[in-house]
Design a protein around this ligand. Structure first.
Ligand code: BEZ
Length: 239
């Protein structure tokens, strides 16, 4: 039986709305000071279990292929595993030189990959989940906003490769919520109707049901409005 303290430390997970835990780290792109280096921009901090493993390799090729798309949405990518810097460098070189996945080849990973042999960062972000592995990080994804606040997190087990379209969709949906003061319904994508915040008073509830001003109210608490794909993308994406 492990001491309780070790277990607690290894599984502490920052919550939505928390300040992203700060750290300094060595990466494949030089030293970083997190999250202050990314102030004013979104950043996705994600962990993978280990270098030179197949699911992780497919994920890195996919994420690197999409990096420019995330950059256009003012979002940086930062990876992490409990491996050393030289292992990271060797793996990224092998990916570029030898590995093709779903037609993506010659892929250069340009975003920083953190070395975290000490597990310091992995523990701060609850990426080591001992029931799954005591030595490898699970597949965690933290969405951190321009103010350094954790806005969403996703955790997958070692065997399950992530869906990067969903990671991008979630980013754009949160940015849309911030920009237009709306919420986004199930399976929302840019161009779909958005949800306006539920009525907080009886008066507003009544207004919602009687006003015809651009709202589609199924009932007083469930109102949507149109928000065109162009409006969303023009507001969010860099030209
Ligand atoms: C993989 O990336 O292929 C992998 C890593 C750890 C456990 C299982 C699979």
């Amino acid at each position: 039986m492990e001491p309780l303290e070790t277990k607690t430390e290894a599984t502490a997970i920052p919550r939505i709305g928390d300040n992203a835990p700060a750290f300094k780290a060595v990466t494949t792109q030089g030293d970083i000071n997190f999250p202050s280096d990314y102030s004013g921009e979104w950043v996705i901090l994600f962990s993978h279990p280990a270098d030179f493993t197949p699911v992780c390799t497919s994920e890195f090729i996919t994420f690197a292929h999409l990096e420019d798309k995330f950059k256009k949405a003012n979002c940086n990518l930062v990876g992490l595993s409990i491996d050393g810097l030289h292992s990271h460098i060797a793996w990224l070189r092998t990916i570029k030189e030898k590995i093709e996945y779903k037609g993506m080849k010659d892929v250069e990973v340009k975003f920083p990959l953190i070395e975290d042999i000490s597990m310091e960062v992995a523990k701060k972000y609850g990426m080591v989940q001992p029931g799954e592995s005591k030595t490898q990080a699970v597949r965690a994804v933290f969405f951190i906003d321009p103010k350094g606040i954790v806005r969403a997190l996703i955790y997958y087990p070692l065997s399950l490769g992530r869906n990067f379209d969903e990671i991008y969709r979630a980013l754009i949906a949160m940015q849309t919520a911030d920009e237009f003061n709306v919420a986004t319904p199930a399976d929302w994508n840019p161009g779909d109707d958005v949800i306006i915040s539920p009525a907080g008073t009886c008066g507003v509830a009544e207004e919602r049901m009687t006003s015809t001003e651009g709202l589609d109210c199924k009932d007083w608490f469930f109102c949507t409005k149109k928000l065109s794909k162009d409006t969303v993308l023009n507001a969010l994406l860099k030209k």
